[in-house]
Write a protein that binds this ligand. Structure first.
Ligand SMILES: Nc1nc2c(ncn2[C@@H]2O[C@H](COP(=O)(O)OP(=O)(O)OP(=O)(O)O)[C@@H](O)[C@H]2O)c(=O)[nH]1
Ligand SMILES: [Mg+2]
Ligand SMILES: [Zn+2]
Length: 301
């Protein structure tokens, strides 16, 4: 029995497409029963594949650098969090949650604002761009402003993707697949006929995660958008650790969560008054905090 190592590049129901470096080929494989019990195989996983007669079977998942549930991917180095202005408008709670998830998993977040072409005619779109620049630009998180439609800023984005494995993340309709299409070369594009299946409403919605090669050592993962998004693996009282703007501020008590404490002991609250911490982002923090606390209380009380 021959055993080879490969990378899962796409999953279609119970078919797993695995790239085998040894033969520079893609095979479709199934998952062994014993592996099924151990846990889900994700796109991005490095797996052991066995050839039994003419069938390939995934028998083991190699240790992961990281794995996340939404989008369901493994072994990524950075997450390109795509936000669009205009339609759909930015969902800032969703953006904050995605940043928190990246921080908690040690994945580098990059904020990519798409559809900036719409800012010419849409006042709200313009305001959103200014707001993101001001608030998120000062967090030390990379911000890139693009239009996949009009080819604005694509070179800057491409620069960030070079030599890395990056997953696109964001709600449905922000333009993840449109960006992917612009970035990959002709040869792969032909193969991408199904980059989004046209639904009854005429929308192309991505149904499954897929890896594309930019070049020999750069990979991008197009992922399905989500309509709801919950944080997991994060305790309410550690949420504060994933807010870069809080880490620079020292409160009277080291375990200050900046919510229930008084302004006399909480310096985050003081900086709020001084305008150094963005009030709206802080309010979203309190909201996410209270949701996590509710979850915790339901579980343990
Ligand atoms: N005006 C404008 N429209 C864009 C731009 N990029 C994408 N769109 C449009 O936005 C819509 C959604 O784009 P998609 O690329 O399918 O979005 P997605 O994030 O892949 O969506 P899901 O697969 O559902 O998660 C399409 O109608 C695109 O033509 C842009 O830069 N400007
Ligand atoms: Mg898509
Ligand atoms: Zn505090």
């Amino acid at each position: 029995m021959e055993k080879v190592i490969g990378k899962v590049i796409r999953i279609d129901l119970d078919l797993y497409y695995v790239y085998l470096e040894s033969t520079d080929s893609i095979v479709s494989a199934k998952v062994r029963g014993n592996q099924k019990k151990k846990g889900n195989v994700l796109v991005g996983d490095i797996v052991e594949v066995e050839k039994v007669d003419n069938d390939y079977m995934i028998s083991n998942i190699r240790n992961r650098i990281n794995a996340i549930i939404r989008p369901p991917v493994a072994n990524i180095e950075q997450m390109i969090i795509v936000v669009s202005v205009g339609e759909p408008q930015p969902d800032y709670i969703l953006l904050d949650k995605q940043i928190v998830l990246c921080m908690s998993k040690g994945i580098k977040p990059i904020i990519c604002v798409n559809k900036i072409d719409l800012a010419q005619s849409d006042e709200k779109a313009k305001e959103d761009i200014e707001y993101i620049k001001k608030v998120y630009g000062s967090l030390g998180i990379e911000n890139i402003y693009i239009s996949a439609k009009d080819n604005i800023g694509m070179d800057k984005l491409l620069n960030e993707l070079k030599g890395k494995t990056s997953a696109f993340s964001g709600n449905s309709g922000v333009g993840k697949s449109s960006i992917t299409k612009k970035l990959i070369n002709e040869e792969e594009l032909i193969e991408v006929g199904d980059i989004g299946k046209k639904s009854g409403r005429g929308k192309h919605t991505t149904k499954s995660v897929r890896i594309y090669n930019l070049d020999n050592n750069s990979f991008i993962l197009d992922t399905p958008g989500f309509s709801s998004y919950e944080l997991y693996d994060i305790e309410y009282d550690e949420l504060r650790n994933y807010y870069p703007e809080f880490s620079k501020i020292k409160c009277v008590y080291d375990d200050c969560v900046h919510v229930t404490e008084g302004i006399d002991v909480c310096n985050v609250k003081k900086e709020l008054e001084n305008g150094k911490v963005d009030k709206e982002r802080y309010n979203r923090y309190v909201y996410i905090y209270s949701k996590l606390k509710e979850q915790y209380d339901r579980k343990y009380k």
